[in-house]
Design a protein around this ligand. Sequence first.
Ligand SMILES: N[C@@H](CCC(=O)N[C@@H](CS)C(=O)NCC(=O)O)C(=O)O
Length: 290
Amino acid sequence: MRKFYHVCEGQRSGEAKPPGSWRAMLCAGRVGPMTELLGLPYSPWTEKARFALDVRGVPYRFRNYSPLLGEPELRLRLRRLRGPVSVPVLVDDSGRSRADSLEIARWADARGRGPCLFPDEHARAVEGAVALSERGLAAGRALSLLRMLDDEEALREMLPKPLRRSSLRAFVGLARAGVERTRQKYGGDRRTESEHRDDFDRALGELRARLSEAPDGAPRTLTGNLSFADIALAQLLVFVAPPRLGLRLGRASRRCFEDPGLAERYADLVTWRDALYAAHRSSSPSKGLP
Ligand SMILES: N[C@@H](CCC(=O)N[C@@H](CS)C(=O)NCC(=O)O)C(=O)O
């Protein structure tokens, strides 16, 4: 059943300072359905959407997606009974769904206020950054899922909470099957580990090159001001050294996401991402996640 919440008019239009949590948004005012973001709290694609919504001060309620159990509901919501479905998915306050981080970010950019995430004069740069981000993230995900398949503690973290501590080995098997399914769903099995490694390395190298040509700034941004190009490309570092902010990752999953060798080789990029997050993400309303 659809839930309705009271939302301050000012917060809806982005005029008031966004609150610290969605609960803080409940106050007297217009009654209406709340924008909802369905996502995975550990996913860089979900983080792209959240960062965009937060930096624009657009209020929303976050709901955790459960990859296996939640899929039937997601298919019904998207009216897509066949073919792959993925999150993040945003259902706006008119009930319309948007099923891609880029589309959600564009939607956020047309609302709220804050930095313009898709400046017309940098349209090609942002487009190129999104494509590079998708290429790099695909390789990074393939590598991290491979590590996860060998890490029982990380597999348990993928299970719904009540099952995590169960001594039944079958649950670990179930989690492993889920991770393997995700790996195949996103083409992780179509290339070898070393090909993924090369792809990921190339994407990081390309980000470094783009940043070296970017205008000076503190922190440096790809187009001179924060845009979706930075948000999208900062996510590559999730599979190098996950940020302390934004994502919610269990200890073992974090270990599978990070790559100490790359963190050393690309320490400059990690420093860039941390500075970007400190400047633009730390003051965001839902930094604490659900
Ligand atoms: N291009 C999409 C990709 C989203 C994506 O890859 N989502 C993955 C995150 S790991 C997902 O939904 N995984 C769970 C599943 O497929 O069941 C976007 O940018 O939103």
